[in-house]
Design a binder for this molecule. Structure first.
Ligand code: AMP
Ligand code: GLY
Length: 426
């Protein structure tokens, strides 16, 4: 089978690495990919957001399946675009239709969905320009800190947590009246702050059945001990120690099953990954957010623990036969540490030559913001997040040690990373 994978991050390199191991795969194409995915298949210089170009590539390369990594094409309806076109409608798309992707594309939609189907989440209300005053009144009914969320996609930056009421009122005003997050903050969800430790749970759904992937925890802050600004993710680990059988049973019964049932009740056919961003509040799971895709950098520690053939699982999604599949998980621990560019998540430098990858033997190197310079054959930095270093070990400590040893082999100017991934779990 010929597969086209959309995206260019560490998540996509991990997926490409896994797909390329399948006997069922003939050719793998990645659009646009990075210097890492180029080693597992053929990169196509196309944007994942340009549906016409993707359509043409599907026809030119006789693609049998499209796997969508990031959320933007899904929220913009790439699956629906395929279904509406007689020339490509036979090609299964792994990733939900637009209406289903609203679980990520609109926080208000997701909150209404959870309330309708009895899924535990923070108490909330949604406001727009015309109800700013009511929004301010609602803030006064809550205790600090205050959580304000832009309704739409805001590249992971749309959540603001304010410590004081004055700051929260200011933020709400900026979001609604000054379009702080553009169209994404035309509506703002204000919700109660939940205290607990977060984790990410992933299922793959074929619309009727689902399988659960290994859970993971990501580290979002740039600084050690979870300090400083949020990033796209500085590392991840899997499994998550507090996600024991009892907790995961609650996740299944209180979150996953009602979500699947809710989608069916609402007449939404969901084919693809559902990412539950959860918080453990006194032993009980609450949904912080839904995403319509795998997490990045969680994928870089989840996929190496998956023993199944991923092409087979995706084929079962297309055929609605996931009930015949069982997930087999490597019991070892995975630890993934992200190397980033100096300055990230603010303005950062690019174009630095990366050396040392050929010395790595104990870890997997998943590229994110990298590109091959075809003239010099050098791999250079191209983004804020540069590469994820993932290792497996019999203990979390062993996995972490391997990843940190590997990091000492890889070099580029301004190499930056957190030294404490997993610090709160070991
Ligand atoms: P989101 O984009 O919805 O995942 O939110 C980004 C981050 O904000 C989450 O990963 C949490 O760390 C934090 N957050 C969001 N909602 C809440 C909440 N209700 N209570 C506490 N923290 C939250
Ligand atoms: N790691 C969080 C995300 O992918 O949104």
């Amino acid at each position: 089978m010929n597969i086209l994978l959309l995206g260019s991050g560490g998540r996509e390199h991990a997926l490409a690495w896994k797909l390329s191991q399948s006997q069922l795969l003939k050719n793998l194409y990645i659009a646009p990919g990075n210097a890492g995915t180029a080693k597992t298949g053929t990169n196509l210089p196309l944007s994942a957001d340009n549906f016409q170009d993707i359509r043409q590539a599907v026809l030119d390369y006789h693609i049998d399946m499209v796997v969508v990594g990031p959320e933007t094409p899904l929220v913009n309806g790439i699956h629906d675009f395929f279904l509406a076109d007689p020339d490509i409608r036979h090609v299964p798309v792994i990733g939900p239709v637009k209406q289903a992707a609203m679980l990520e594309g609109s926080k208000d939609f997701a909150k209404e969905f959870m309330n309708r189907h009895g899924i535990p989440t923070a108490r909330h209300k949604t406001f727009d320009k015309s109800t700013l005053r009511e929004g301010v009144d609602f803030l006064h009914t809550l205790n600090p800190p205050y959580v304000l969320k832009a309704d739409g996609l805001a590249a992971g930056k749309g959540v603001v947590i304010s410590k004081s009421i004055d700051e929260a009122v200011d933020e709400l005003t900026r979001m609604l009246m000054d379009s702080k997050f553009g169209a994404a903050s035309q509506k703002v969800v204000i919700e109660e702050f939940l205290t607990g430790i977060e984790l990410s749970v992933f299922i793959l759904s074929d619309g009727l059945h689902y399988v659960t992937f290994p859970e993971a925890k990501d580290y979002k802050k740039i600084g050690e001990n979870d300090t400083g600004p949020n990033t796209g993710g500085m590392g991840s680990v899997s499994p998550v120690s507090f996600a024991d059988d009892i907790f995961m049973q609650k996740v299944t019964q209180q979150v996953i099953m009602p979500t699947m049932a809710g989608l069916q009740t609402d007449g939404i056919e969901y084919k693809g990954f559902i990412f539950f961003g959860l918080i453990n509040v006194d032993g009980n799971p609450y949904v912080i957010e839904y995403n319509c895709r795998l997490g990045d950098p969680e994928t870089e520690s989840v996929i190496p623990r998956l023993k199944n053939d991923l092409v087979q699982l995706f084929t079962a999604v297309a055929n609605q036969s996931l009930h015949k599949e069982t997930i087999h998980t490597d019991p070892r621990f995975a630890a993934s540490v992200m190397l980033v560019s100096q300055g990230y998540p603010d303005a950062y430098v690019k174009g630095k030559v990366i050396t040392g990858e050929e010395l790595v033997s104990d870890s997997m190197v998943f590229h994110a913001g990298t590109v091959l310079n075809p003239e010099t054959d050098e791999i250079i930095t191209q983004g804020g997040r540069v590469m994820a270093i993932t290792s497996l070990g019999l203990t979390m400590d062993e996995a972490l040690k391997k990843s940190y040893n590997t990091i000492s082999l890889i070099n580029y100017d301004g190499k930056t990373y957190r030294h404490d991934i997993g610090f709160d779990l070991t």
